[in-house]
Design a protein around this ligand. Structure first.
Ligand SMILES: Nc1ncnc2c1ncn2[C@@H]1O[C@H](COP(=O)(O)OP(=O)(O)OP(=O)(O)O)[C@@H](O)[C@H]1O
Ligand SMILES: [Mg+2]
Length: 330
């Protein structure tokens, strides 16, 4: 017989937990019924769990631990513990490992993507160096200049990728500390718009000349650079990019929108653009030197500043990328 103390203790546990006696589920705590349904109490444990590895563990004489897959939700991963209690009853505890497993998978994917992105320009550099070492190509000044140009471009690509990777890891390291210094967003927008060679129309919809936000100057400048860089790279070169700063003191928010009249982005890509290395049109982005890290850097920085990032686009019409940041009384 299950004791009152046993069930009272199991009821207190946060993890899905079951008491089993003579192959029947005699008690399931709230987390277990949320996972497997309230009907499992009184049911044969084989029916309740429907998982052969889990059954093997429950039937093992001394209990133990095992990793079991697909309990309740297919693709889920659990650490299952089975403890033998007095009278042959068993206490089964389930710990969800799915999140850890998906973090580990994302990490492995990230390393694989980063290595692949570095290997591609590296292979080109080594190939052209080898060709230049061959007297026939190396001695011709025109060929030599052309190949050196390619080597320089590919090396710069590697450099900017390494800088972006370092920048991502720096941002990740501080993502929980909100910056405390007060900066002027209006000044940063003017600077960022002035830095680029491309034609930009700047619109400042603000009552005061300054827009005070709590922020990391370098990081917000990086966000603006990345958004303007995208609008210039993927926009229509014959049309200006517009940058609009809007701030009304009573809302407590300021926004910066960067708009281009380029080809736009198909709707299915929009939700994934802030994933690392995600490119809507990989061959086109690669041709303009993009590695797909810019918007994931933007997303992380804006989250750290307790703001919002949004990108909207219409194919054939253009794209608008916007950030919103909380303002402070300047
Ligand atoms: N203004 C835009 N117009 C059209 N497509 C865009 C625009 N901005 C971003 N994209 C698409 O979103 C993808 C991701 O953008 P992101 O800035 O993260 O990477 P990237 O520009 O390719 O590379 P990086 O910024 O790292 O140099 C781009 O590859 C491009 O396909
Ligand atoms: Mg970019």
């Amino acid at each position: 017989m299950t004791t009152i103390e046993e069930t009272a203790l199991v009821a207190l546990l946060d993890m899905p937990s079951l008491l089993i006696e003579a192959d029947k589920v005699v008690f399931a705590n709230r987390a277990a019924t949320a996972l497997l349904g309230a009907h499992i109490v009184g049911q044969d444990v084989r029916l309740a769990l429907r998982q052969p590895d889990a059954m093997a563990l429950i039937n093992a004489r001394d209990g133990g631990h095992a990793k079991v897959k697909g309990i309740s939700v297919s693709g889920s991963l659990w650490d299952m513990a089975c403890h033998v209690l007095s009278g042959g009853r068993r206490l089964v505890l389930l710990q969800d490992l799915s999140i850890q497993a998906s973090v580990a998978r994302a990490h492995a994917d990230f390393v694989a993507n980063a290595s692949h992105e570095l290997r591609t320009p590296l292979a080109a550099i080594l190939g052209y160096v080898e060709t230049l070492e061959d007297a026939k190509a190396g001695d011709d000044p025109a060929t030599r200049a052309r190949f050196l140009g390619i080597i320089r471009r590919e090396a710069q690509r590697m450099q900017s990728l390494v800088e972006d990777l370092m920048s991502l890891s720096r941002i990740e390291a501080v993502k929980h500390d909100r910056p405390e210094t007060v900066i002027d967003l209006a000044a940063l927008v003017r600077e960022a718009a002035g830095e680029t060679q491309a034609s930009i129309t700047l619109e400042m919809k603000t009552a005061a000349p300054n827009v005070a936000v709590q922020g990391d100057r370098g990081q917000i400048a990086q966000v603006l650079r990345n958004l303007i860089d995208n609008a210039v790279k993927y926009g229509d070169p014959t049309k200006p990019v517009s940058v609009i700063l809007e701030a009304t003191p009573d809302t407590g928010w300021a926004s910066v929108s960067v708009h281009d009249e380029g080809e736009g982005i198909a709707p299915e890509h929009l939700p994934r653009l802030t994933e690392r290395f995600y490119r809507a049109d990989a061959s086109r982005s690669r041709a303009v030197g993009g590695t797909g890290l810019g918007l994931s850097i933007v997303k992380h920085i804006i989250e750290r500043h307790r703001g919002f990032f949004d990108i909207s686009s219409r194919v054939g019409e253009g794209t608008t990328a916007s950030i919103m940041l909380p303002t402070v009384q300047g």
